[in-house]
Design a binder for this molecule. Sequence first.
Ligand SMILES: [Zn+2]
Ligand SMILES: [Zn+2]
Length: 474
Amino acid sequence: MSSLLVTSCKKDEEENENPPSTTVDFGTPPSAGIVTTGTVEVITEDNVRYHVIVAVNVCTVTIVETETDVVMIDLGPAFIQNFGTQIKAYADDIGKPISVIITHAHGDHFGNIDKFESSVVYAETSVVSELAANTTFAGLYTGEVTAVESSLTIGGLVFSFDKVSNAETNENAYIYLAAEKALFAEDLIYNQAHNYIREYTPLTAPDELTNWLNGLNELKTQFGGYSHVFVGHNGTRSDISTVIDENIAYLSDAQGLIKGTKQLTAGGFASTNQQVVDELASLYPDYVISALNLSLPDAFYPGDPGADWFAPVEFGDPPPASTITTGTVEVITEDNVRYHVINAVNACTVTIVESATDVVMIDLGPAFIANFGTQIKAYADAIGKPISVIITHAHGDHFGNIDKFASLDVYAETSVVAELAANTTFTGLYTGEVTAVESSLTLGGLVFSFDKVSNAETNENAYIYLAAEKALFA
Ligand SMILES: [Zn+2]
Ligand SMILES: [Zn+2]
């Protein structure tokens, strides 16, 4: 290889031995006041200007402005009134031709596509298929989405495309400007916001969170030294390795809680979506929470089962109802809990709450029905799990058989404990300690919440509820 090197000896040119960097004059950005439904941050560099628009719910649209073009990375959700028309007005105000890139087939990323009918819309090849199969997208946009296999050059910038499959959704594309050291990770990286893990199905392969974590480790290797990462929720960060580590920690915690390798702070393991959601909320108290609640039952529509994280508990056959000759038994089986409702001949009711691992008796009925106490004890024993007792209030028809449960853990709401201690019938039957519960008690993975009404049916009437199961013990 030969080359001709022409040098100049002029001293004043030595300072310019690198090609002169052309600094684009971007002028004044549009007024941030155009977007009243969010905030705008403008980051100006030599060849590119970024306009990061964070909607009121932290959904983020990033506008990449080159010398000649505007590229929208995602378009935010439709449900924030005026957001779509405002981001369109903002982009129009820049005064350059607008292209759109959609990173993945979630409505909060393409919800305003109907405002951009006149733009060319791009997506990574596999995301094009996902969008084509999405009826919400098809209802909003009848134009064609142009598939990008690996890169796209717009306005002199090379947008490189890649993806992680089976992670936050079926296909999450990410895009990068290698020359500008800018990564558009969108929903593969969240910024101080709970990751959307609704689509995680740990009971069937592949394991989406393992895929997501592997993808994050690859992103960290490839882009850890970049200058900017733009995300789908909550803006942008310049400390890319740190924000990736935050996401790895979060998703590892979530995966451990769901798969039963990480204990709850209160002890035991989660068996319901509500327990996982509550634990993540308390582990990451400062994170924006909206995506987390979308994993709960009823999140998207009434009767929505929520994320498919836990297999229904196998309860097996209940004890024979004939164990109770002094009353009737009704058994109600749900995914995570089974209720055995025992109605004594005088209509006093004892409810047995059975979880995957435990039996909790809510009240114990009266002493005066011969054999009722020994029969409910025999029935509870036949379930074959450790038994705890909750007494709701200091009336004898609710604690009359406490002597049959003398060796077990007995709980009551704090003020009810005081009532029971002052009740000579109770103290005559039971010399053990009653454990006071202030607000909640977790037994067998179920969270029993306690509250009370004072000076009503008696001095202190506790009521208990399982929020995750929508069950009230009044
Ligand atoms: Zn998403
Ligand atoms: Zn999103």
